[in-house]
Design a protein around this ligand. Structure first.
Ligand code: TXA
Ligand code: MG
Length: 338
């Protein structure tokens, strides 16, 4: 049983003292960020970080992100930061962006899965920020979920899954964005998107040429070189079989989904289309709403006991790229594009 702190409505920094002490004592703390919840530990404490991998059942070759609260902390753990990287840090930190930088020796190998780089993010969420500041150490934190499951965006969804695996739970309510941060790496002054998120291709293109990793929308093949190890793994998938359907032509899209549906299917669709189907749940109207709701919905579909879940896709521009990246993986690449 973890200790539980509820700061959904009443929050001040003082309340986090015990949680910060947990981090400094090498324990695991579940905490909110603006993207998704994280399972945090002192990122410079090798034993503590190992326990994150055990708690999640995570493959040891999949590196963790270090969360910082200021630029000085970045410079403690990363080196050779280029002018473009500083520009991105200055423009997007704090916020939902992770930059992969060259790491310093001080970062334990277990954090980076023996890579010579480290992913760094400065969360904007006040609770996350204060927790890092009070512990005064970079906090290693993957998304809060058992490996393979959708990331947790509220404590209710993940309590049973993680309560006996962490020492302390901070309940800060629903996370604002609902999808994990954009992960980028700068190579030869070009920005490579390893995982899309709220900071979009379009946002980043103002600073340099941007390339999107081919694994964002495609399956990783056996001999592919993977810049982001996380892309190799099954993720976000409910136990129920899912299919993702998309077309730029809205009529074609709805027709195809109607053709696939029967009494044993569940449709996940735009709120505007719910009444076009027999048994449907709405995931919101705008891309922001969909991003906010989608992990909670993916976590709920198994309870419906259906044979197939049919999910409406979105256009891959802006935040749509991140949504489609998660949905394609939730459907184990079972994707129909018309
Ligand atoms: O929004 C987020 O990023 C959340 C919150 C808690 O901050 N964290 C999160 O962590 O999503 P995680 O561990 O679930 O995903 C981190 C991703 C993985 O796909 C991992 O492979 C990649 O970032 N990554 C981490 N360090 C890397 C590195 N040095 N090089 C390449 N990819 C890296
Ligand atoms: Mg994750």
């Amino acid at each position: 049983m973890a200790e539980y702190l509820d700061v959904r409505t009443n929050y001040n920094k003082e309340l986090l003292k015990e949680a910060a002490k947990c981090i400094n004592d090498g324990k695991l703390v579940l905490f909110p960020t603006e993207t998704v919840y994280g399972i945090g530990a002192d990122g410079l404490n090798e034993e503590a970080v190992k326990n994150i991998f055990i708690a999640k059942g995570r493959a040891s070759d999949n590196p963790l992100i270090l969360h910082v609260s200021n630029i000085e902390m970045i410079e403690r753990i990363a080196k050779d930061i280029s002018p473009l990287e500083y520009e991105l840090i200055n423009n997007f930190f704090p916020g939902p962006l992770t930059i992969v930088l060259n790491r310093k020796e001080i970062v334990p190998n277990v954090v980076t899965a023996n890579l010579d780089t480290v992913g760094i993010r400065m969360p904007e969420n006040k609770i996350a920020h204060d927790l890092i500041e009070l512990s005064n150490t970079p906090i290693a934190a993957p998304s809060a979920n058992i490996s393979g499951k959708p990331s947790g965006t509220n404590i209710n969804d993940i309590f049973n899954e993680l309560n006996d695996k962490v020492d302390y739970i901070i309940d800060g309510g629903d996370t604002k964005i609902g999808l994990e941060s954009t992960v980028i790496r700068v190579i030869n002054n070009e920005i490579n998107i390893l995982r899309p998120g709220k900071i979009t291709y379009e946002d980043l293109s103002k600073f340099a040429k941007v390339n999107v990793s081919s694994h964002v929308l495609k399956e990783v093949e056996k001999n592919d070189v993977v810049l982001s190890p996380g892309m190799k793994y099954r993720h976000y998938a409910p136990s129920t079989k899912c299919v993702l359907v998309y077309s730029d032509d809205q009529d074609k899209l709805i027709n195809k989904m109607q053709e696939l549906e029967n009494d044993n299917t569940l449709v996940i669709t735009n709120d505007n289309n719910i009444n076009k189907f027999k048994n449907a749940i709405g995931y919101g109207k705008t891309l922001e709403e969909i991003s906010h709701n989608i992990f909670r919905i993916l976590r709920s579909v198994d309870k419906e006991n259906k044979e197939l879940v049919i999910i409406e896709g979105v256009k891959t521009t802006g935040l749509g790229l991140a949504i489609m990246n998660r949905l394609i993986r939730a459907c184990s690449h079972n994707y129909i594009e018309l």
